[in-house]
Design a protein around this ligand. Structure first.
Ligand SMILES: [Fe+2]
Ligand SMILES: [Fe+2]
Length: 463
């Protein structure tokens, strides 16, 4: 995405808005319409030479074009924003097949005052307009996440996770190139995640078992976002706060993009000079975030404080006295958990249960004890993604917690009682709705010993 610079993107939106408005007063052949339409068509086709599609529309009622966000709207943008909301459209997508005639007809349809999404979609179909697509207002955000989670939750959740990964990747790429990253992709994906998390705080937790050892930072960032959102929702925070946590969590380590790779990937202990360099990442990250459009200053300060520790003995030292709210403590807990459970060059991965025990030893010094307690409760005795052995000798992965009995989560059996790997995992409640017990968990199993890559299994969306 991003074949147009911001000035041209703004020009395109301005021309489009003007044409839609003008078409209500003049015929398409009138110079006041024809001229801007020709210019518009030229900009669109030039952009579509390089891209498979371009799109513009609304995220949180703010106009965007591809990666560009228009925070302070001009009259033309405000006009188009109002019109799109009225017509229940969140996004317009244009593909390389568009012709000038199609553009003219499309603009004409949008200029009709009363036509809304369903009517417009029907009219586009009848008029043979195939180069443009409309996305219904709301479908890009919470509603879509809800619908998707009903359709095929696991696969769709993995797709959402992957979308978050690519948003982080593109942010880091922009930083490496010295550009201020766009916040549109990260906001869009976090909005989807908020919809899922507010309904079922644990729904995305299994995904945090996805670890990529070569691209540790990207997965770590997404995992910290997911864990922080789940913890925030469990603590009873509202959707706005959970959204801020998701964005801050996913962006918390982007400052590392500016730390030399030799330090970042160094196996073993860092020298004190190297550690000093590494300690700059919260400041660097928070500075980048403060320059990104559409992100509350609050998010930048959460990122600044994520290594300050609960007792404020951490870094950056100059920020120790700053008044920071509990969101910093939430992110710090998610960060610590994901770091402990990840295999890295210098560290064997620790299973989720042991990680929680280790974290309990850090309470009230490094981590906020009261929130750690809630985190441990949320993860349950057998956190989602843990491999367990049953008293039937079967081996299973924990799929969902059971709020009624933390020792009896919903599991998926991977290996039968004779030690044979099942072709398709079999879902099983340890205690049925009639109270009958299928089996008991007797031990936590090291996935490496069973040659099972939990992350890959979950990432397949089909376990
Ligand atoms: Fe960090
Ligand atoms: Fe981190």
């Amino acid at each position: 995405m991003g074949s147009l610079d911001k000035a041209n993107a703004l020009r395109l939106i301005t021309l489009f808005s003007g044409a839609v408005k003008g078409m209500g007063f003049y015929p398409a052949s009138h110079p006041a319409i024809r001229q801007p339409l020709m210019e518009l068509y030229k900009i669109m086709t030039t952009a579509l030479c390089e891209e498979e599609q371009i799109s513009w529309g609304l995220t949180d009622d703010i106009m965007f074009f591809d990666d560009h966000l228009f925070i302070a709207p001009s009259t033309a943008i405000a006009d188009l924003t109002g019109r799109m909301i009225e017509k229940e459209i969140s996004r317009i997508v244009a593909t390389p097949s568009i012709s000038y005639e199609e553009l003219e007809s499309f603009v004409k349809l949008l200029s009709a005052k009363s036509a809304r999404f369903d009517t417009l979609s029907r009219q586009m179909e009848e008029g043979g307009i195939t180069g443009f697509k409309l996305v219904r207002y709301g479908d890009d955000r919470f509603d879509q996440a809800d619908e998707e989670s009903e359709r095929n939750p696991d696969g769709d959740h993995v797709a959402t996770y992957n979308k978050a990964l690519s948003a982080i990747r593109s942010i880091c790429r922009d930083i490496e190139r010295g550009r201020i990253p766009s916040s549109v992709p990260i906001i869009q994906v976090v909005d989807q995640m908020v919809g899922i998390t507010m309904q079922e705080p644990w729904a995305l937790l299994g995904l945090t078992m996805i670890k990529d050892y070569d691209n540790y930072t990207f997965n770590h960032c997404v995992n910290v976002g997911v864990l922080s959102m789940a913890l925030g929702a469990t603590l009873g925070l509202d959707a706005v706060a959970v959204r801020d946590l998701g964005i801050a969590g996913q962006l918390h380590d982007i400052g590392k993009t500016m730390i030399p790779k030799e330090i970042l990937n160094k196996p073993g202990k860092l020298s004190s000079a190297e550690f000093d360099e590494m300690k700059r990442h919260p400041e660097l990250g928070s500075k980048i975030i403060s320059e990104m459009e559409g992100l509350a200053p609050h998010i930048s300060s959460i990122v600044l404080g994520h290594h300050l520790h609960y007792n404020r003995s951490g870094y950056p030292e100059w920020a120790r006295k700053l008044p920071l709210d509990q969101m910093v403590n939430i992110i710090a807990i998610a960060d610590t958990y994901d770091a402990i459970t990840t295999l890295r060059v210098y560290q064997h991965p620790v299973n989720p249960k042991t990680a929680l025990n280790e974290m309990q030893k850090m309470t009230n010094t490094i981590l906020d004890g009261a929130i750690v307690e809630r985190f441990v409760e949320m993860m349950g005795n057998y956190p989602v993604g843990t491999l367990v052995r049953l008293d039937t000798n079967e081996v299973a992965i924990v799929h969902r917690p059971n709020p009624l009995d933390e020792n009896a989560p919903l599991i998926r059996i991977l290996i039968d009682g004779d030690g044979k790997r099942l072709r398709a995992p079999c879902e099983q409640a340890l205690i049925g709705s009639d109270g009958s017990r299928y089996a008991r968990i007797v031990a936590v199993v090291d996935p490496l010993l069973k040659n099972i890559d939990i992350g890959r299994l979950i990432a397949s969306g089909n376990y």
